[in-house]
Design a binder for this molecule. Structure first.
Ligand code: GDP
Ligand code: IMO
Ligand code: MG
Length: 424
């Protein structure tokens, strides 16, 4: 058995990663975030409480597990302070059980301003980012201008001032006006707060855990269709959200990875701009959004809704080497007479089930239709209770994707999670 598993989103994010990481955490010794930053919003519900995590791993509520923020993550100290303080106020102090990679890059106040400036400059072609400075921070990382957590321990003021000056010059050249005073004040308070935590060489830390026989669950953020290489570019985030991102974002070798849990909704959503072949603009789409409470966990933005897209999911399964599937929010489809699943695209009149280079134009979904189960699934606790039509839907997905669905989620609460004992 390999002791490091990866859980990641197969669609456009918000699949329910936070909930399932929380459910699976008791099986592991540690949980690690490997990419993304506060653009993520991972929701967990248990004992009548709801929590939304942005940079902090979703393993913090299940016992005294180790939680790691890896080198591939981008961290905003001001938002991190807010998040950690709220958790501490609700009785979840993290200082002794959260470690942060020295190699993680810091999101500067000017990165957030640049994010807004670049979006404004794009006009109608804007990405619809979360406005958290994600793109500019990763850009600085790859152009070798970034500021890292480890820099806090060195000649920090000078490093910060140099980076800020570069950003100010860019903003000036764009004629972009802004006020940094409050943002900067909160940011430096965040830096002071961050110093309470243990900064580690996370690649050594993680590999040491593995050498000691400990097990780790890696928690993906965003989703495969938002991956900077394989997503619907340029309407993507700026990191590798795929399984390989866990290797580069934590410093673990590919041959150490065991299970790859691919998580998807029983339908599909997307927030922000960009192509979405199965998007619904009718009453059915509105009904999915209403029943699924499809509003952004962080930004509150309305999520666009549509039927499940098996062409995109098959592609995601391939890119990630998914070994186990997890289907979320099945209960949202409980009332529909008919359920549709996109099995192919018609691209300029030609049918294909291979995900194409460009899905921005001329892609028409081809659907298979199935009868709905018209049963309230939210109180079910075992797969023996599943309606026949629901089993048929799951089997159809398994056959198309070639991977078993091991967990079905029938509501937002931790308890509303059903394991399936299918043969492998
Ligand atoms: P993440 O970013 O992948 O962690 O997902 P989000 O937290 O952004 O969005 C998932 C939303 O669906 C949250 O509001 C969850 O509480 C909710 N949720 C998760 N699983 C289920 C489910 O099975 N049924 C329903 N109705 N809601 C769910
Ligand atoms: P979780 O982890 C859904 C989307 C944004 C935008 C694009 C780029 O909760 O699933 P960015 O701010 O990253 O530069 O925005 O990516 N996006 C997400 N959509 N869930 C997320 O995270 C997202 N993080 C970014 O809406 O379209
Ligand atoms: Mg989310």
């Amino acid at each position: 058995m390999k002791s490091i598993d990866v859980l990641l989103g197969l669609q456009w994010g918000d699949e329910g990663k936070g909930k399932v990481v929380d459910v699976l955490t008791p099986k592991y010794d540690a949980v690690a975030r490997f990419q993304g930053g506060p653009n993520a919003g991972h929701t967990l519900e248990f004992e009548g409480q709801k929590y939304v995590l942005r940079s902090i791993p979703s393993g913090i509520f299940q016992g005294n597990k180790v939680n790691v923020i890896g080198n591939g993550v981008v961290l905003d100290p001001a938002l991190f302070k807010q998040e950690a303080e709220q958790l501490a106020a609700s009785g979840h102090d993290l200082t002794s059980r959260l470690v942060i990679s020295k190699k993680a890059h810091l999101i500067l106040p000017t990165h957030r301003i640049l994010d807004a400036a670049y979006e404004a400059a794009k006009g109608d072609a804007k990405v619809g980012t979360t406005g958290k400075g994600i793109g500019p921070t990763y850009t600085d990382k790859t152009s070798r201008n970034g500021v890292r957590v480890g820099d806090i321990l060195g000649n920090f003021e000078e490093i910060y001032a140099k980076a800020k000056k570069r950003h100010e010059d860019i903003l000036k050249s764009m004629n972009y006006s802004y006020d940094i005073t409050e943002l900067e004040k909160e940011w430096f308070e965040g830096i002071e707060y961050l110093k309470k935590f243990r900064f580690v060489d996370s690649e050594h830390f993680v590999n040491r855990l593995l050498a000691e026989g400990k097990s780790i669950l890696c928690e993906g953020a965003q989703g495969t269709m938002l991956d900077v290489d394989f997503g619907s570019y340029p309407f993507v985030t700026s990191s590798n959200t795929i399984c390989a991102g866990a290797c580069t974002g934590l410093g673990v070798a590919p041959n150490k990875i065991g299970e790859v849990y691919g998580i998807f909704k029983a339908y599909c959503t997307r927030v922000g701009s960009g192509p979405f072949p199965t998007e619904l603009f009718d009453e059915v789409g509105d009904e999915i959004g209403r029943r699924g409470h499809e509003f952004g966990a962080v930004t509150g933005r309305k999520r666009r809704c549509g039927w499940i897209d098996l062409v995109a999911l098959k592609y995601s399964v391939m890119i990630n080497g998914v070994t186990k599937l997890i289907m979320m929010k099945s209960d949202v489809l409980d009332t529909f007479d008919t359920i549709k699943a996109c099995v192919a695209y018609k691209v300029n009149g030609v049918e294909t089930d291979e995900f194409p280079y460009d899905i921005t134009q001329g892609v028409e979904p081809v659907y298979a239709e199935m009868p709905g189960w018209k049963t309230d699934m939210t109180k079910m606790t075992s797969e023996d209770e599943f309606p026949e039509e629901f089993n048929a839907y799951v089997s159809f997905i398994e056959e198309t994707l070639g991977v078993p669905v091991k967990i079905v989620s029938v509501g937002p609460d931790r308890e509303q999670t059903i394991e399936r004992y299918t043969e492998e």
